[in-house]
Design a protein around this ligand. Structure first.
Ligand SMILES: [Zn+2]
Length: 581
């Protein structure tokens, strides 16, 4: 492609709405255009990268036995009513009606459709396992789309579904995908970490998220330097360490604690530590048709993990109760406690709370707390004990006891064991060799294609622009003749361009009538891995320069050796990103 004809949409200014490097660079380099909030077009340069990521995914899926198909974006509500998700998916599901008044939705995922197909097409164990997949557009009506294509409403996803006879088969399929995902992301040039993860709205047990490590990542990962433990903070768990154990239970009594509204105030006022207090947090659990007030109890120095708490309550969303709602339930905000709470209020306690001896907590009345409170003596009731604690840096690793470290990551892929969650509800069954019927055992496996592209840029850029790994670069090589008025030089550049094209190298020739500075700035911004600069030296000594975008290294090469050198460097770059089989 000649740069003069390339659909180029670069921007000089950084758009104000773009908070992170990848979003800024994708807009500045003209890879994407915003169409509406959370909805983007991929422009020609950006689409070339998307197509390469999709091709890497296809090769790795096919290598594990995947078979590509394409399912519709618009899906009938009936399928989602069969699985039960029509009602529980929440506001992210874009529901709509056709001209006949029938309910439809824009697919946020395709478990229902694919399960319906397998139900129709598979009768016998001889037809299993199956691994159909597609790479296709999805829609989730995110409340807060942000970070460009990292959290957009419309997005391109690869989704593969495995169907096996039994759990053993599922384990095999799951491990194949785990391996394929590791290969996909390393071929894209991403540094990724697989971590144990929450299964969320998809359901089922057993899941890993593939996290591209990045400071701007929305997910927090807890991991151990001493063993292979790694989990998202949504599911990371550590052993309970209750305080006061073994002490004699002392009489519970109220203490006047003026102006002690936080656990820190309280601990200081009482001359104790926050781990001897219990926090009482008032929430509203939001369900499809109702809101329910409840309280959560947790050791004073810990934080509640609201994803865990939401899972315990089985609700769609959580919010803190407002002051008037707290007062309606007989407590003063800032002084809440579990003692004497009305019977109809559900009390969820973190695992440490019922084991604590002589703890402090709110009294319910303004300016009063209770000391020496003991659940084990019956001072208050608990409806359910559950792990609702947020695991923080330094907590003991549940495998080996060493302190856990934290990192942030962008979730680029997730794999789930669904077991028979969908097949049982939707009747996707097969007959075994003895004529007996069984539910198919399923897994599902997603990769965010646009998000992978953004994560690659997050991990591979500098202040000048993008540094594409060669495997996903829109073009591999750019040729920059510095003086467009020099006809001999332009002819040499064109000759090289044609030679490289003939060798199937993806090359652009910057034939624009621009100053060299403009060409170099654009080359840095667009980030093609190899740049051949043909300047004065070409004329004088027959030497050109090859600049490697990633390292800044400049190699001087005689004109007649240019093609071979470019091919060799290109091959080496591909080899570095190709994992061994
Ligand atoms: Zn460990």
């Amino acid at each position: 492609m000649k740069m003069s004809q390339l659909y180029l949409a670069t921007l000089r200014e950084v758009p104000a709405e773009a908070e992170i490097a990848s979003h800024q660079l994708m807009l500045r380099a003209g890879l994407i255009h915003k169409v509406a909030m959370g909805i983007y077009s991929y422009m020609p340069l950006g689409w070339r990268t998307i197509k390469k990521i999709m091709e890497i995914i296809r090769q790795e899926m096919d290598a594990k036995g995947g078979q590509e198909l394409c399912m519709p974006i618009v899906q009938p509500a009936e399928l989602w009513q069969d699985s039960g998700r029509w009602w529980v998916y929440g506001q992210e599901l874009m529901r709509m009606k056709d001209r006949h008044g029938r309910d439809f939705l824009l697919g946020p995922t395709h478990e229902e459709v694919i399960t319906a197909h397998l139900k129709q097409d598979v009768r016998s164990y001889k037809q299993l396992p199956q691994m159909p997949y597609q790479i296709q557009t999805k829609f989730r009506d995110e409340r807060r789309p942000r970070f460009g294509v990292i959290r957009s409403r419309e997005f391109i996803m690869k989704d593969l579904y495995s169907f096996d006879r039994d759990e053993e088969g599922l384990d095999i399929s799951y491990n194949k995908m785990y391996d394929a995902y590791t290969r996909v992301f390393s071929r894209c040039g991403l540094t990724c970490r697989p971590v144990a993860a929450d299964t969320g709205a998809i359901g089922g047990e057993g899941s890993h998220e593939f996290m591209a490590l990045s400071e701007i990542g929305e997910s927090q990962i807890l991991f151990c330097h001493h063993c292979d433990y790694a989990a998202t903070d949504e599911i990371a768990a550590v052993d309970p360490v209750p305080t006061g154990v073994g002490e004699e239970m002392l009489p519970m009594e109220p203490v006047e604690t003026p102006d002690c509204k936080t656990v820190e105030d309280l601990a200081k006022f009482l001359g104790t530590t926050t781990d001897r207090t219990v926090k009482t947090l008032c929430y509203k659990a939001i369900y499809e048709n109702e809101e329910k007030f409840f309280v959560a109890l947790i050791r004073g120095d810990r934080q509640v993990n609201e994803i865990k708490l939401q899972n315990v309550m089985g609700c769609l969303e959580l919010r803190f109760a407002q002051d008037d709602e707290v007062r309606e339930h007989g407590m003063e905000p800032g002084f809440c406690g579990p003692v004497g709470l009305a019977e109809d209020i559900e009390i969820i306690a973190d695992r440490e709370v019922p084991l604590m001896v002589n703890h402090e907590c709110g009294d319910g009345r303004k300016d009063y707390h209770l000391i020496n409170v003991n659940y084990q003596r019956g001072d208050y009731r608990i409806s359910k004990v559950a792990d609702i604690a947020l695991v923080e840096k330094g907590a003991a690793c549940p495998h080996c006891g060493q302190p856990l470290d934290t990192a942030r990551g962008i979730e680029v892929g997730q794999i789930f064991k669904l077991h028979t969650k969908y097949s049982a509800k939707m009747g996707a069954r097969y007959v075994d060799e003895n004529g007996k019927e069984h539910d198919m055992v399923m897994g599902c496996y997603g990769i965010g294609v646009g998000r992978t592209m953004a994560a690659v840029i997050e991990q591979n850029h500098d202040e000048h622009g993008i540094i594409w790994p060669i495997t996903v670069a829109p073009y591999e090589v750019s040729i920059v003749p510095v003086n467009d008025k020099d006809e001999w030089l332009m002819a040499k550049a064109e000759e090289l361009y044609n030679q490289l094209l003939a060798r199937r190298v993806e090359v652009v020739l910057d034939d624009r009538k621009e100053r060299p500075g403009v060409k170099f700035n654009d080359a840095d911004l667009l980030g093609f891995p190899l740049r051949v600069v043909m300047g004065k030296k070409c004329h004088e000594t027959g030497i050109a320069e090859i600049k490697i975008r990633a390292t800044g290294e400049v190699i001087e090469v005689a004109l007649e050796d240019l093609v071979d050198k470019v091919l060799a460097l290109r091959e080496q770059m591909f080899a570095e990103l190709t994992p061994a089989l």
